[in-house]
Design a protein around this ligand. Structure first.
Ligand code: ADP
Ligand code: MG
Length: 243
């Protein structure tokens, strides 16, 4: 899916040739120290402005996403959960998701009922559903919100940045369980970005990739995350001058 991806931010090369392939229905983790380029990777995949792609490709079911605007990538089946989601005053979850479903040619009629179902699945109080999207939510509410969106939109590929940040154990469990179910039931491929092994205690992953200084320096099974928990990232060498 991601091949030889290189990208600059503010004139500095942050991604230096990233290769990753996630098959349908699989959950992979991307781990790595602070500043290794994890968020940059998710933003470049999603087509967020401000990143200059200098090489490589990002394909979804064979379709090249690079060069397409973010909304077309979403239409092609990509979902990005951001480390710090954008607050959207004036737009409710039902409004945003109904619009997204219609834009991708799927009916948005029963969207309120589907949102309610997904909210129940992750224990999100319905009061949040009528509030403006992502405004004034706690960390846990925001991430539950994100998974509700996933459940309604059913993307082909979900890139989830720090989905475990700010979550208590119960929220982490609820969110992880739903993500795993969606992968199994809908064939959604998931790239779960995290620097904590604790996410992987709740979310079973097929593969773990280690990102360091803008490159995937190691890949392995779930046991790799446990190993990292013990050894840290030092085994991959000193971090290069960070700016
Ligand atoms: P991670 O998510 O792995 O912690 P990031 O992708 O957020 O890492 O950041 C990687 C590097 O890119 C860091 O050195 C960071 O300072 C730099 N960086 C990220 N975004 C910007 C930006 N908008 N302007 C300048 N530098 C940036
Ligand atoms: Mg980050």
């Amino acid at each position: 899916m991601v091949e030889g991806l290189r990208a600059d931010v503010a004139g500095r090369e942050i991604l230096r040739g990233v290769d990753l392939t996630v098959s349908s229905g699989e959950v992979h983790a991307v781990m790595g120290p602070n500043g290794s380029g994890k968020s940059t990777l998710s933003h470049v995949i999603a087509g967020r402005p401000g990143y200059e792609v200098t090489g490589g490709s990002v394909r979804l079911d064979g379709v090249e996403l690079l060069g397409k605007p973010a909304w077309q990538r979403a239409q092609a089946g990509l979902f990005l959960g951001m480390q710090y989601p954008v607050e959207v005053p004036g737009v409710s979850m039902a409004g945003a998701l109904g619009e997204a479903l219609r834009a991708s040619g799927r009916g948005g009629e029963d969207v309120a009922a589907r949102i309610a179902e997904e909210a129940a699945a992750v224990g999100l109080d319905e009061v949040f559903l009528s509030r403006p999207l992502n405004v004034d939510l706690s960390g846990g509410e925001r991430k539950r919100n994100e998974v509700v969106q996933l459940g309604v939109l059913r993307p082909r590929v979900a890139v989830l940045d720090e989905i475990d940040s700010g979550l208590d154990v119960d929220a982490l469990r609820a969110v992880s369980r739903r993500v795993a179910q969606l992968a199994t039931e809908t064939g959604m491929a998931v790239l779960a970005i995290t620097h904590y092994q604790r996410l992987l205690a709740e979310l079973p992953v097929a593969r773990v990739h280690v990102l360091r200084a803008g490159r995937v320096v190691d890949s392995g099974g779930p046991e790799l995350a446990l190993e990292l928990e013990r050894t840290g990232y030092a085994a991959y060498g000193a971090e290069e001058a960070a700016g």
